[in-house]
Write a protein that binds this ligand. Sequence first.
Ligand SMILES: Cc1ncc(C[n+]2csc(CCOP(=O)(O)OP(=O)(O)O)c2C)c(N)n1
Length: 310
Amino acid sequence: MYYHREPVSQGELGLMRRIDELHLDGAPAVSLDDIRQFRQLGSKTPGHPEYRMTTGVETTTGPLGQGCGNSVGMAIAQRALAARFNRDGFTLFDHDVYVLCGDGDMMEGVSGEAASIAGHLALSRLCWIYDSNRISIEGSTQIAFTEDVGKRFEAYGWNVLHVDDANDTQAIAEALANFRNTRDRPTFIVVRSVIGWGSPRAGSEKAHGEALGADNVRATKKGYGWPEDAQFLVPDASPKPSTPRLRSAARRRAKLGSPPSSATARPSRRKQPSSICCARAGWPKAGMRMCPASRPMRKASPRAMRAARC
Ligand SMILES: Cc1ncc(C[n+]2csc(CCOP(=O)(O)OP(=O)(O)O)c2C)c(N)n1
């Protein structure tokens, strides 16, 4: 059991969702005061997720498309680690990698390149959830981006699913279950949503690029049945999402169980370091040997490609 990894490629909005989770965890990494500092210089809650600034944020995704690219590296790492270290009865690495991404991510070339290699390698532990609200900073995506993104991912070899309404949590749960049952290719879930849903600016680029303003905030809270004057309210009944990476070592051990004592079932400690980057079950000795500094890149890269294609 490793932790699911979750690059938030969407920038500000996605980060706020992650911060909520970090705050609502039993041992919050982000306090309400930290959240009040949202987007302030030097705060734990910068405008985009920043690796090393906030506990629970393990990758920086400011440039659109970056989180998508990062996720493919994480999914390749999952496969390599699983092949190298998992043993019967002692599964250390069986985690999935989830990405929240938006129209801006899909417009960026890097996400297409990353999706291509993910499809080629059939990275089945990888799931991208595409928030398709068809609005970007400039307005409707119709201005510049009209391709059928789902079809593009089908061509990459992904399992493409559609959820017609982002508020249909049942449909989202079913799509995620479909992903977990699809173990021969990565999954791409196109979720149709309305930006700024519930606010007077719903469906408008203003919901992205401008502060709502006090009146609109009140109207939005009213629409949600939320106390209009409450600021930074976290009701006692809020669900407590699990953020396993913040769990105590004892809780982790309880879930993982005891490692088998047999030397054959347990990976040798001496063999672990340095072989991680390119390791694959059955590879002789340390995988790192195939990419020493002296080896020309053109010779190292095909070997690395073959290693990832387990
Ligand atoms: C590579 C890159 N170019 C430009 C930006 C600036 N930028 C931040 S958000 C955004 C628009 C994103 O649109 P979308 O993904 O549709 O987000 P939504 O409007 O749905 O919140 C842009 C252009 C950026 N972060 N990265």
